[in-house]
Structures are given as C-alpha cells and as structure tokens.
Design a protein around this ligand. Structure first.
Ligand SMILES: Cc1cc2nc3c(=O)[nH]c(=O)nc-3n(C[C@H](O)[C@H](O)[C@H](O)COP(=O)(O)OP(=O)(O)OC[C@H]3O[C@@H](n4cnc5c(N)ncnc54)[C@H](O)[C@@H]3O)c2cc1C
Length: 394
C-alpha cells in the first residue's frame, strides 16, 4: 500500500487523499498547536493548522509579528510549506515585524477604462516601487460594464502598503498617476485585515466581516466546485498585444468562471535568495501569474473538460511571454498534466528522465540534487507517489 499524508487537503490533484493504487491516509488534522516566541520572533506551527489559524494566533500573541505565506486561509501548513514530503509534524518559522496598521486600495478598471494599458504600465513600474508595497492585479472573465452595460473584463488593482495613506498616495502619484488612485479609494486597516483585503474581500464596516471567522473557519471554501489551476513566472512585462490576447481569451468563458491573479515578485526579498538555497528555484522573476478556471459541482463532465481545455489554450497563449527553458511551474500548485511517475514502475522506480518533465519545471537545477538526496535517504523508494522524487537506478 502507498501512504498519503494529509494536512489541509488542498492539494490541486488531491494527492493527499487519492491514489490509483491501494493506499491509506495519515491525517495530520490534530497536530494543531502553535507556540509563538515573540522574543526570538519564531513560531513552532503544527502541520494540521490552517494558514488562517496561524495568522490569527500569531497576531493574537503580538500584533506586530506576522508570518508571510499564501493567501487562502484554509490551506494547510503541512502541504503549504513542504509541498509534499513524509510525516513532518511541525515547522519552526521565522516571523517578521509588521506595523500595527497598514493601508491599501482595491481600484477596479474595465477594458473601456484602459485596463490593458494600465496593466502594461503596472508591470513596468511595479518592481521599481518601494518594497513595502504588496502589488497584485486580478483579472476576471466577463462582467457587465458599469459604463456601457456591455460585457467586459474586470481588472482589480489590489495594493497593500506597510505605512499610512498619505505616503501611499504620494507613491502612487509619483509612480503610477495613470491609475488615478484617490484618498477615497484608500483604507487604513489593522494588519490582520490585510489578509482578506488582499484577496479582494471587502473589509469595510458595512460588510461586517468577522476576521476571526474568516481566518479560522476551516470550511471557508464554500460549496465544493471543480477547478483547474496553472501558474507562470514572467521575467519581462507582457506587451500590450499579449495582454490583448489574454483578455480576449477571458471573453470565451462565462462570467466570473475564470480568474487570473498576478503578483509582483521583482525588486523584493525573492530576488535576494539564491536559486539553490531551497528546492523552490524561481528567483529574480518579475511576477507570478496564477490562472484558475472553475466549474460547478452540478456541471457535467463535458463542461468541466471544456474549461480544462480552455486553460490549456490560455497556457499556450501565455507561452511566448514567459521563459520556456523549462517552462516554470510551482510544486505547491501540483499539476499532473506535466507528467507522473509510471504506476507499474513505482516499485523499483525509477525513471529520472521521465520525472524530469515536472521535476525541472518545479525545481530547475535543484531537481538533480533532490534525486541524489532521495537516493541516499530512501534507497528502496519506499515513500512514493505520482510526482515523488525518483531515485537513481542501482
Ligand atoms: C483555494 C486554494 C488557494 C491556495 N492559495 C495558495 C497561495 O496563496 N499560495 C500558495 O503558495 N499556495 C496556494 N495554494 C496551494 C497550496 O499551498 C498547496 O496546495 C498546499 O500543498 C496545500 O497544503 P495542504 O496541507 O492544505 O494540502 P494537502 O492536500 O493536505 O497536502 C499537499 C501535499 O503535501 C503533502 N503533505 C501534507 N501534509 C504533510 C506533512 N505533514 N508532511 C509531509 N507531507 C505532507 C501531501 O501528501 C500532499 O502531497 C492554494 C490552494 C488552494 C486549493
């Protein structure tokens, strides 16, 4: 039997609870303790915690400490930090100082309001802006335009700033006046609210958002629906003609069934860490692009397949604008379309060249190092799954 380890259960391919061979699940759900040491600015986090629980509990202990990690609160610590592995019980992480209050805006622009030109400019100036800014744009498949009532694409410019509104406004006027951000667009908020805010969730008083519930409710994914997710890392701004192709592809799917989220990496701490420091190698990139398309739990398999095909077409459209040698992927966004270990072979495994198909996309040159480590630590390849690191042939 194969063993599956599950913490938060958010793996994109369900690899913590699905297998084509007989298996059992080792559920880490109860490993949910967290010990925050504000003197050493570290925390021991049990793998069964969700990210939202850790954000909330760290903030509860000290409002000026935080742990930078993924956006979605119900993602599990175990899979998020390791993106796979075997029975890891807890992680010790370094915490970072944050201000008690931060500011931000979420400014929406449609195609008619010049979204293409704005996104183009945004990519060019963002890496030059102060690192205290968190910069994301979200693009949604068609919505009705408030201006013309016709179908359009909606772009949200979501920015957070570790500072006050006055400084934020002056930065925006200096670097990106075309976006036209005004004081009315900006909000000040406690740091803890910047998590829902960064996801585009309204946090104003009218909305009555209970941050504790939002961050700690493990069922906050709502009704289960299907989705296909892909990721890219760009080095250069996508030119206007490329953006036009991407926007027009978004016109092909029903309203709000597709969302592209692009976050700026360039100019920040990601650039300063060497590629070989940890398995994740995608450094000195301009931005990370997340593409997701959804379908409903009541939709037929034909609808689901059409959306998956749409995602593959979108991926091909984006291809010319991102590095292709290899085309990068992110191990935390597991994607079996990149390839899997051959089931029949998994006992003696292993086929390193076959695994290179996804291994080099996830880990670039670190893949060969991971193979050498795996061969030393687990020479029988006892711990294996669809995209586990293979061992060298004996
Ligand atoms: C809605 C949603 C939003 C997301 N948002 C982000 C984001 O903003 N940023 C980001 O980087 N990623 C994001 N992800 C991806 C997420 O980080 C990965 O899917 C992550 O692996 C999920 O961890 P998990 O513990 O919830 O999943 P699980 O399915 O439990 O585990 C994922 C993988 O890790 C292994 N694993 C789990 N726990 C352990 C353990 N204790 N020891 C060893 N191996 C273990 C599992 O066997 C499986 O292979 C998102 C995913 C979803 C579904």
């Amino acid at each position: 039997m194969e063993m599956r380890v599950r913490s938060g259960g958010h793996d994109f391919e369900g690899s913590s609870y699905i297998s084509r061979v007989p298996f059992f699940v080792l559920d880490m759900y109860n490993f949910r303790s967290i010990v925050v040491d504000s003197d050493s600015k570290t925390a021991w986090m049990g793998v069964g915690l969700t990210l939202g629980e850790t954000y909330y509990k760290i903030n509860e202990k000290k409002t000026t400490l935080a742990c930078p990690a993924g956006y979605w609160p119900s993602v599990g610590v175990g899979g998020h930090i390791g993106a796979g592995g075997y029975v890891i019980l807890s992680y010790k992480v370094r915490l970072f100082e944050v201000p008690v209050r931060v500011s931000g805006f979420n400014v929406k622009r449609t195609l008619e309001q010049g979204a293409i030109q704005l996104v183009h400019k945004w990519q060019q100036i963002s890496p030059k802006m102060p690192v205290k800014l968190g910069l994301t744009v979200q693009l949604y498949s068609i919505v009705n335009s408030a201006e013309s009532g016709k179908k359009t694409i909606l772009t949200e410019f979501i920015t957070t700033y570790r500072g006050g509104i006055n400084q934020l406004l002056s930065i925006m006027r200096r670097y990106f006046p075309e976006l036209g951000v005004t004081r009315k667009d900006c909000q000040e908020m406690p740091w803890i609210k910047s998590y829902p805010f960064s996801l585009g969730v309204p946090i104003d008083d009218n909305n009555n958002l209970n941050v504790k519930d939002f961050l700690t409710n493990r069922g906050s994914l709502g009704d289960p629906s299907g989705f296909k997710w892909k990721v890219d890392f760009t080095e250069d701004p996508i030119p206007p003609e490329g953006l036009e192709k991407i926007f027009s592809k978004l016109h092909e799917v029903p309203p709000m069934t597709a969302q592209l989220g692009w976050t700026i990496l360039g100019g920040g701490i990601m650039d300063k860490i060497p590629e070989s420091r940890i398995p994740f190698p995608h450094r000195r990139k301009l931005m990370v692009m997340r593409h997701v398309v959804f379908w409903n739990k009541n939709d037929t398999s034909v609808v689901a397949q059409t959306r998956i095909d749409w995602m593959q077409q979108l991926h091909r459209i984006i291809g010319p604008y991102v590095p292709n040698n290899p085309r990068a992927a992110y191990a935390g966004y597991r994607d079996f379309e990149l390839g899997v270990n051959v089931v029949e072979n998994r006992d003696q495994t292993s086929d390193v060249e076959n695994a290179r198909m996804w291994g080099s996309a996830y880990f670039k040159n670190n893949f060969d190092r991971l193979v050498r480590v795996k061969s030393l630590v687990d020479p029988q390849n006892f711990l294996k799954s669809e995209q586990s690191i293979p061992i060298l042939q004996r």
